[in-house]
Design a protein around this ligand. Structure first.
Ligand code: IVH
Length: 663
């Protein structure tokens, strides 16, 4: 082969290989080479193209970001109009849509394809002979804007279809979006550059795509999911929408992995509920589910009304953003530190709940957003995330409003509260952190080293050495005992949290009853009140505690810091040891007296104060009192720590355990 032929072949091979890596990385999410290896291929291709400009083609991966900034976007007339979707806002409306479609088709059941409704912007991609020829926004549905140069910069968009025999023309539709992570990253960069941030991922995606300079778009973390074919020439479409999506995927286009066939309306509703529950965990914003009749011939039969097809519907989720007014701005303690300004709001229903408070994050945020008392604002509440003020509607700002000033110091009263909470947390009957006395807690809090209990587990020796009268040895001992306290019991942990109305005994009852923190977190008011000794006031307090976002965050942070305990068998209500009586004496190794007591009580054992002939057994810890002697004298069996543990784990083994004490 002559030299030119060899070079052309190498260029072609490099392009194919790079396109393959892009596809694996951006579409399949399964890269097979390192970034460095990928860059090396790109550099080799760039060098060859520089030496041989005649070999450059528009679909070369080096040509993704090309051309000078435009002054406007040219208009594009769509081959077939880009329709919009009818909406259903509740189950009844959705059922009505299905009923009408079945009636028109005269069938009993319809298979739908369920797709997430991405919150981005619609795009049309035209491939001629397999090459990306044009990308256009939806515009008014008939005429959109030519954004080809910008869309080419998305590496998830193939510049050529991965098909052996591509159709003469295919016009593909999808949604360009920005992931939550990308959105946060972009906003952080915008802030660092002193530029305006975006309110939500959709605005960020739209703003990024409508850049006159493709070089800017190229830096923006945009993604795309394709969901339809507008028109095709020179190829047969399959019989169903779902198969068509499979064809798009084969052609190298990204298709959402959340797409499913849902046979009949009940499966549709199950999908809607499932994805709704997972919505906060999805990587990107969705605002509903789109259901499409799967059979393409049925789609044709159903046709369209006005500007929306009769074969598809968007079943929306409750909105996560709403407008309301700021009544006041207060300051609270944030989880990670300092002070968190909180907006008190006129109550508004958003994200499925009534919101009266929203976080303003910190002083920087409040300044940047310029939120003021009296402002109309957009609040956002997604899943169990703390509601936040997203933006001020400045047009509705009262004429006499003044910028808000944050107080700059932590109020003394707050410091004292923190100190008290931490002293309780570390105390002997709670987490039992030896050596963490009142004085050191106070020093740690005032030095700003510790705010929440979880901060204790992140302390380092150099930090401790900053404190007055703290030496290496004392510091290391303290760190060791903090570390030891990570292994605890559920009753101790619950007691340590300092929930109002939850003393040591109640903590033990709650732990014994629910067995695990998860089960306790799921308990409603009635379930809590079913616990012995837990009345309505206590139940309400426990519930309120675990509904507090800060408290939950605190509990989670402690778990993340390595605080752990063995879960206990859940109390089934059965009392396998009913009729037995016990007395507890001495100090037990792992359980506090109250814990042992309530766990025995949960099994039906009566815990008495003095030993008699009727006592079934006596639990004897270290340094027992005269009760052990009495038991000895009366011949009552005595259980040590180990025997007690065995009994609690397996109450049915009592006879065997008692027998063992005799030998
Ligand atoms: S299908 C004729 N599928 O929602 C069907 N649209 O409210 C037209 N959208 O303009 C669109 N995810 O921007 C379809 N899986 C999905 C979608 C989706 C988001 C957007 C699209 C459309 C708008 C209609």
């Amino acid at each position: 082969m002559p030299a030119e032929g060899r070079i052309a072949a190498r260029v072609a091979a490099l392009r194919a290989e790079i396109a393959g890596h892009n596809h694996r990385y951006y579409v399949l999410d399964a890269p097979s080479v390192s970034d460095a290896e990928f860059d090396a291929l790109m550099r080799e291709l760039e060098a060859l193209e520089r030496e041989h400009p005649e070999l450059v083609t528009p679909d070369s991966p080096t040509q993704r970001v090309g051309g000078a900034p435009a002054s406007t976007f040219a208009e594009v007339r769509h081959l077939t109009p880009m329709l919009s979707l009818a909406n259903a806002f509740d189950e009844a409306e959705f059922r009505e849509f299905d009923r009408r479609a079945r009636e028109r088709l005269d069938v009993a059941d319809i298979d739908y394809v369920a797709e997430t409704k991405l919150d981005g912007l619609a795009i049309s991609l035209s491939y001629v002979d397999g090459r990306l020829e044009r990308a256009a926004t939806r515009g008014d549905g008939t005429v959109g804007e030519d954004v080809t140069a910008n869309v080419r910069t998305l590496r998830s968009v193939p510049l050529s279809l991965r098909l052996e025999r591509p159709p003469a023309l295919v016009e593909i539709r999808g949604e360009i979006y920005m992931s939550w992570r990308g959105f946060e990253r972009l906003n952080a960069e915008q802030t660092a550059r002193g530029e305006k941030t975006f309110v939500n991922p959709r605005n960020a995606a739209a703003g990024s795509l409508r850049q006159l300079d493709p070089k800017v778009t190229a830096t923006r973390p945009l993604g795309i999911f394709c969901y339809a074919v507008g028109s095709v020439q020179g190829a047969e479409l399959p019989a169903t929408h779902y198969e068509m999506l499979g064809w798009l995927r084969e052609a190298g286009l990204p298709v959402s992995g959340e797409t499913r066939v849902a046979a009949g309306i009940e499966s549709c509703l199950a999908y809607y509920r499932d994805i709704g529950a997972r919505r906060p965990q999805l990587a990107y914003a969705i605002d509903g589910v789109v259901f499409k009749v799967n059979r393409l011939d049925w789609q044709r039969d159903l046709g369209q009304v006005a500007r929306a097809p009769r074969w598809a519907i968007a079943f929306k989720f409750p909105p996560e953003e709403a407008r309301t007014r700021v009544l006041a701005i207060d300051v609270q303690v944030g989880r990670t530190g300092q002070l968190t300004p909180v907006a008190r709001l006129e109550p508004v229903f958003v994200g499925g709940a009534t919101v009266t408070n929203a976080t303003l994050h910190n002083a920087d945020e409040i300044r940047r957003k310029d939120v003021r008392v009296g402002d109309t604002v957009i609040v956002r509440r997604a899943g169990d995330v703390i509601p936040e003020v997203v933006q001020v509607v400045t047009e509705q700002r009262p004429a006499d409003s003044v910028p808000y000033e944050m107080p700059s110091e932590v109020p003394e009263q707050l410091l004292r509260q923190r100190v008290q909470a931490l002293i309780h947390f570390a105390s002997r009957r709670a987490m039992n952190i030896e050596g963490l006395g009142d004085r050191i807690v106070e020093q740690l809090v005032r030095a700003g080293l510790v705010e929440t209990a979880a901060d204790l587990y992140r302390l380092s020796l150099p930090q401790l050495l900053e404190l007055e009268r703290m030496g290496e040895k004392l510091g290391q001992n303290l760190l060791d005992s903090i570390d030891r306290s990570r292994a605890t019991t559920l009753p101790r942990f619950l007691f340590a949290l300092g929930i109002r109305e939850v003393g040591e005994a109640t903590a033990a009852q709650l732990a014994a009853h629910f067995g695990s923190l998860d089960a306790l977190l799921q308990a409603d008011r009635a379930a809590l009140e079913a616990v012995p000794d837990v009345g309505p006031v206590c139940a309400a307090s426990v519930q309120a505690y675990f509904e507090g976002a800060e408290n939950l965050a605190n509990v989670r942070a402690l778990a993340e810091a390595g605080v752990h305990w063995p879960d206990l068998p859940r109390d089934s209500g059965a009392k396998p040891l009913a009729g037995m009586t016990t007395v507890i004496t001495g100090t037990l190794r792992t359980l506090s007296r109250d814990e042992a007591k309530s766990r025995l009580q949960n099994l039906g054992v009566k815990v008495a104060g003095s030993v008699s002939k009727k006592t079934t057994f006596v639990v004897v810890g270290a340094d027992p009192g005269s009760k052990a002697e009495a038991a000895q004298a009366l011949g009552v069996p005595m259980l040590d720590d180990d025997a007690l543990e065995r009994l609690l784990a397996d109450p049915a083994a009592l006879p065997v355990i008692l027998e063992a004490t005799r030998s």
